[in-house]
Design a protein around this ligand. Structure first.
Ligand SMILES: CC(C)(COP(=O)(O)OP(=O)(O)OC[C@H]1O[C@@H](n2cnc3c(N)ncnc32)[C@H](O)[C@@H]1OP(=O)(O)O)[C@@H](O)C(=O)NCCC(=O)NCCS
Length: 186
């Protein structure tokens, strides 16, 4: 076997999320801008205890994989990326990503972390399809997913209400064949 490029890119690596990471992760979840980009649930700050419970549940689950995202030169995570709701019979999965602090956005970390996650999904887990939802006001995330080759497959029209306005939510999917084609054209 050739040396593995799994979980490690030229800028970031994916690791386990540990107990020691919880204060950093909880800090991200106090920020309303982050919460409204990431989640349709009310932007309600989360405690270390509730996050620990959620991450522990994911760790025990048989249909999810959660990784911390680290720049290569840092032991402090800048975000996390997750496969969840995997249907093993059909080899499909949801995916989500969060880079916690605005100072780390737009620097290419999300792109490389997602590339590593997709490599894990398609080459290690041998999945066939990966899908996600994104809010229409999250232009940075939409640009990221389209750059990775995700196709917009559907619109949940006026699905969200934020700041007195209604917004659509998009469904994006990426098939294994599309991902492989993207690799060849790189
Ligand atoms: C969405 C997120 C994961 C993207 O990761 P990132 O590291 O910030 O993005 P990248 O730097 O890899 O950039 C991806 C693409 O988006 C583009 N982009 C960056 N900022 C943008 C903006 N404000 N508007 C539109 N496109 C933007 C970049 O130009 C890049 O494309 P390019 O390389 O062709 O120029 C990250 O910003 C994040 O976690 N945000 C908060 C939580 C969130 O929104 N999660 C996703 C929920 S669906």
């Amino acid at each position: 076997m050739t040396p593995s490029t799994l979980l490690r890119g030229s800028r970031v690596r994916l690791t386990a999320l540990t107990q020691d990471d919880l204060p950093t992760v909880a800090e991200w979840h106090q920020n309303a801008e982050f919460l409204q980009l990431f989640d349709a649930l009310p932007a309600y700050p989360k405690t270390e205890t509730s996050l620990a419970q959620r991450f522990d549940d994911t760790d025990k689950a048989t249909d999810a994989f959660l990784f911390a995202i680290h720049p290569l030169d840092s032991d402090t995570p800048i975000g996390y990326v997750e496969l969840d709701g995997i249907l093993w019979t059909h080899r499909v999965s949801g995916v989500s990503i969060a880079i916690g602090e605005a100072k780390h956005w737009g620097k290419g970390y999300g792109y490389e972390a997602m590339q590593l996650m997709l490599q894990f999904a398609f080459e290690e887990l041998n999945l066939h399809r990966v899908q996600l939802t994104v809010f229409s006001y999250n232009q940075r995330a939409i640009a990221l997913y389209e750059k990775l080759g995700f196709q917009r497959e559907g619109v949940y029209r006026e699905h969200l209400q934020r700041d007195r306005k209604r917004y659509d939510m998009y469904l994006y999917g990426l098939l294994r064949s599309e991902w492989e084609k993207g690799l060849k054209s790189q």
